[in-house]
Design a protein. Structure first.
Length: 82
């Protein structure tokens, strides 16, 4: 799970790829919706994804909640009731 400022996401993904990570969830926001700089970051993320054949969930993603397993991998502080 990547939850860092948008400008650091491509480098974090690169580290993950070199370490053999097969998939990431990107919670960070600030990509193409913010303009040209954000669009360039998003394009770099796609390059890294393709280079390492990674699965990517996100950008601007809240995370994953699985109440049955008591999993809350989000930036929210409440677990919904199952």
């Amino acid at each position: 799970m990547i939850a860092t400022p948008a400008k650091t996401v491509p480098d974090v993904m690169e580290e993950c790829g070199r370490a053999g990570v097969k998939g990431v969830i990107i919670i960070s926001a600030g990509f193409k919706e913010t303009g040209a700089e954000g669009k360039a970051l998003e394009e770099k993320i796609l390059e890294v994804r393709n280079q390492y054949n990674m699965r990517v969930i996100g950008l601007n993603f809240i995370g994953i909640i699985r109440p049955r397993n008591n999993l809350n991998a989000t930036f929210t502080n409440k677990m919904p009731q199952a």
